[in-house]
Design a protein around this ligand. Sequence first.
Ligand SMILES: OCc1cccc(Br)n1
Length: 446
Amino acid sequence: LSSNDNGGGGRSGALSSPPVIEVPQKIDVNPPKGTRDFPPEDMRLRSWLFQNFREVSRLFGFEEVDFPVLESEALFVRKAGEEIRDQLYNFKDRGNRRVALRPELTPSLARLVIQKGKSVSLPLKWFAIGQCWRYERMTRGRRREHYQWNMDIIGVPEVTAEAELISSIVTFFKRLGITASDVGFKVSSRKVLQEVLRCYSIPENMFGKVCIIIDKIEKIPIEEIKGELVSVGISEAAIEELLQVLSVKSLDKLEEILGDAGDAVKDLKQLFSLAEKFGYSDWIQFDASVVRGLAYYTGIVFEGFDREGKLRAICGGGRYDQLLSTFGGDDIPACGFGFGDAVIVELIKEKGLLPELSHEVENIVCPLDKELQGAAATVATILRQKGQSVDLVLENKPLKWVFKRAARINAGRLILVGNSEWQKGMVGVKILSTGEQYEIKLDELE
Ligand SMILES: OCc1cccc(Br)n1
């Protein structure tokens, strides 16, 4: 890299002068507001969760991808009044570029697909697990970061793609012991709204805005919803029809209202038929009020919810056939979902499904005096080369300390390196669960 390469592919130019940073007297040992540390116990749970994300992604033949946490702000700035825009963690960097900590992964995925262009063949089945950010006033005490598992299918216009994605989430829930009695998916299509808006000759470019307002239907009073719809120019008659359609909970009723000419009913019927074949009909229900809060959805949308109604949405996704073209890419159909790492943990705690995850080490190796520290390192290395985990005692400690540490790290065996045994090429072994102990030749240790 040349000396002034700014690495970001942008023009190399003068950097703004570094801000004067006061050196703090005392460091705050807590993480920044709204963020989390993951000490070992919490990291074991997170790793377990991510291992399940990855295993399900593997079962469905998806490839893992990743992107920078820092993206151009332009990726997330849409004019539809989304909450995600109001909460953007954005700033100008020292190269004067408008950047943001990503609030979601889908735009980055779309950017990468466009970047790859013809060098990748469709369909793409990509998944990512990444930290996403929002800047919320801490008055609400909410987190500012979470990890999201995303799975996306790029290049498949048929509803089979959405059916496959929902199947992958059901597979994930089942792996954790969660059943259709615990959670369900509310499924609808934005084409429902589109077909109603078209009946009232509401221009297409209003579609995203209306969806974002409707998405707040369970979060703010209905009068405010109506007021916001009026403020973007929707007529009273259209609002009444919209709200009536949004209360529909059956596909047959929807068909009565919309007829079967449009794609909304056809897509949804196909999805419910495929759900039967995938074996997850018990998990899904039509609910016209589901629109999701992202402007770029264009078709089927779905969200996972806990049937006791105690938690926020567990996951959500849908079809976004226009996103790539709005970024200047080809007109490529796409659908995907996001699954956060926080609500699911609340759910498995609620359901008593938290896994037992302890730190374990197969061996603790201890020299019986400091002259044997080198010999102990040799023993540890031999065991590690055999694929055995070893906690090597690194200081001259009394045996009482070693036994305490062995218990704390759940060691399976204590390997003692003593002078007389070592002279014979042997070590002492103590099986900590049974107390059985014996000497063994080093080259027979396994
Ligand atoms: O669910 C929206 C969202 C985006 C980024 C960070 C967090 Br916490 N939550």
